[in-house]
Ligand binder design. Sequence first.
Ligand SMILES: Cc1cc2nc3c(=O)[nH]c(=O)nc-3n(C[C@H](O)[C@H](O)[C@H](O)COP(=O)(O)O)c2cc1C
Length: 267
Amino acid sequence: MPALALQGFGLVGTTLLRRLRAPVPAALLSQVTTTTTPHPEWQPGQNQPHPYGDSERVALDPAALASCYGLVISSGVPRPIAFVSSLDSEGRRNLAPFSYFNFVAHDPPLVAIGICRKRGEKKDSLANIEARGEFVVSIMSDWFIESANHCCGDFSSDVDEMALSGLTAARAKIVEPPLVAESAINMECKLVHKYEVKNAAGTDTTTVVIGQVVMFHVLEAVLDTVTHGPTKPTVHFDKLRPIARLGGNTYGIVNTVFDLPRPDRKV
Ligand SMILES: Cc1cc2nc3c(=O)[nH]c(=O)nc-3n(C[C@H](O)[C@H](O)[C@H](O)COP(=O)(O)O)c2cc1C
């Protein structure tokens, strides 16, 4: 029975992907459906096999592949996206999305971002973060996804992607790079650590920057200071309407959720 239910779940997923090629009605973007868990009847110890029958498992040695890029970005899904503002040494603005991104700690709050080399050169965001030691991460929401995506274009370093895409700068409190006013959550960050990634040939391919959030800016409309009180704020995800990155050029909208408490906790 669990296998059957999982198969059904897979089919629904495929159908949904095809349907998403059609225009998304604006009202649907903000609608969140809360469902039961996929298998509310599941009991501890009960097996939950994958839904693909006799499918063979293929071992893929990263060292034997021409590129791991497609595999990596389509396997580690969905990913949140950091929309990173930075300034160059002359004060020119830069804005670009990065989905090798997540929070990696909360005490203090730390974000990690993997910034790859472009044609062997450092991307503008990395050069700026290294030059000034600060940046702003804004969270991407569905209402400005087209403008945000436009900022990933291969523009020269003197192009101000914020102006180009029609996004609005707002002043930060501590750091110099601007907040993105369209975003519901902006985080002022100071660079605290860098990790240089080298490939088998010894070539630098990526720099992982770790930033400490020194100030959060959260739109009141998405902020929840009631559930856990004003000193333990959280964010209403259904109001934030975060965009997720999937493989290739595919983005996702989180509009179906369920709650599943930890086994030893009620809430
Ligand atoms: C949704 C999305 C996620 C991206 N994630 C990354 C990433 O994690 N690392 C990276 O190096 N480039 C990433 N890119 C590509 C950069 O945004 C792109 O190279 C951009 O031009 C960099 O701008 P910059 O040179 O102004 O820093 C991503 C692009 C998109 C659209």
